[in-house]
Ligand binder design. Structure first.
Ligand code: FAD
Length: 338
């Protein structure tokens, strides 16, 4: 169920034009994709407060949800996942492009980002179905045969996809939220609304300046599972930020943390010192996917790949004594608000 609350904070934010026209901050928020969204736009009220903006935002979010949710049995991606192997399944150009992008990021991240991990995600209890018991080694070995970029064949002439076997299952949870952010951002720009912050489930895209006339201040939280503690603040304009981590969506078995980021190479939840990875990129879909890839790659290999891809990243690592250590790629520092 998507609902949109429209909050209009009316306050003059300085002269946007000679006739001293006030610009307002208008917020939209609601629930979608098992999480929440918050959108803040700075504009002249006449430009943005129309109910049609709220409706257009809701439509865009439901549009992505309807195509790319594995939590909806009738979504496009679910229809692909339900299909038998060996037959081409036609998709919309949009979902097809998402699969193409996912395969490209799979190559760039040396296999770390892999949307075909769906059977493993579900087996470890992080998909739409509740966990019975963690998978046995034998079950993992069988499921890993369904995972890998070679398990899906894309035909760009017909925008259709063929799975190598019925059990192949694509999970877009690590890229489609970011894509939804990009879609809302493009929608706002198409309405000549160019100063905004769009956030869906923690993935953020900022454009222009905030109400105070400076880049949008976005907080990155400490990777603690209780409460919200500030780690860093970055000032963003015309760029996106995504953070992935193992501190929110996890459970423990015999004191060992089982998190929702799965290493396709082992079939198991990642097990290293990296607690969270934040990535900046112009497109939120890419920031989203790269952040998950960094969580799979771990602190050393992740930083090597980030530098190769020239990605501004910040890693927060678990220290021995319960403290945290942060590491930033060369290009991240200029975004930090001192
Ligand atoms: P991210 O790091 O961004 O993503 C982690 C997720 O990516 C994992 O949960 C897993 O699904 C997947 N993943 C794990 N390892 C890899 C890997 N190596 N490569 C690629 N992907 C991997 N949740 C609900 O509870 N109810 C809903 O109705 C619901 N609907 C959704 C609809 C859509 C369109 C999407 C995209 C997600 C939906 N979700 C829903 C899922 C929820 O939003 C996820 O928890 C969220 O997408 C995970 O994002 P994150 O930022 O927490 O972690």
């Amino acid at each position: 169920m998507v609902f949109t609350a429209l909050f209009i904070c009316l306050f003059a934010v300085g002269c946007s034009r000679s006739e001293n026209v006030a610009r307002e901050t208008v917020s939209f928020e609601g629930g979608i994709m098992g999480t929440t969204y918050h959108i803040t736009v700075v504009a002249e009220l006449s430009d943005v407060a129309s109910a049609s903006t709220a409706e257009a935002i809701e439509h865009a979010l439901k549009h992505v949800d309807g195509k790319m949710s594995t939590y909806k049995a009738d979504s496009e991606i679910s229809r692909l996942n339900q299909a038998p192997g060996g037959v081409y399944v036609p998709l919309s150009a949009e979902t097809f492009a998402m699969l193409q992008l996912a395969l490209e990021i799979n190559r760039e991240t040396e296999g770390a980002f892999d949307i075909t991990v769906g059977p493993l995600v579900n087996a470890w209890g992080f998909g739409p179905t509740a966990l019975e018991n963690p998978p046995t080694e034998e079950e993992l070995a069988a499921l890993r045969k369904l995972v890998g970029p070679d398990k899906i064949e894309l035909d760009s002439l017909t925008n259709s996809v063929r799975k190598s076997a019925k059990g192949v299952y694509c999970d877009l949870s690590a890229i489609a939220k970011g894509y939804a952010v990009d879609l809302v951002a493009e929608l706002l720009k198409s309405r000549n609304l160019n100063a905004f912050m769009v956030e869906v489930g923690g993935e953020v895209r900022c454009s222009g300046l905030n109400a105070a006339g400076v880049p949008w201040n976005i907080a990155i939280e400490k990777p603690v599972s209780e409460g919200r503690v500030l780690q860093e603040v970055v000032g963003l304009s015309y760029i996106s930020l995504a953070t992935s981590g193992n501190y929110r969506n996890f459970y423990e078995i015999d004191g060992k943390r089982i998190s929702h980021t799965i290493d396709p190479a082992t079939g198991k939840p990642v097990d290293h010192a990296l607690a969270s990875a934040s990535v900046l990129h112009e497109r939120c879909a890419l920031a989203d996917a790269y952040a998950t890839a960094m969580m799979v790659l771990g602190p050393e290999k992740g930083m090597e790949v980030a530098e190769r891809l020239k990605l501004p990243v910040m890693f927060v690592l678990h220290g021995e004594d319960g403290t945290f250590e942060t590491r930033q790629s060369d290009s991240f520092g200029r975004f930090v608000v001192k």
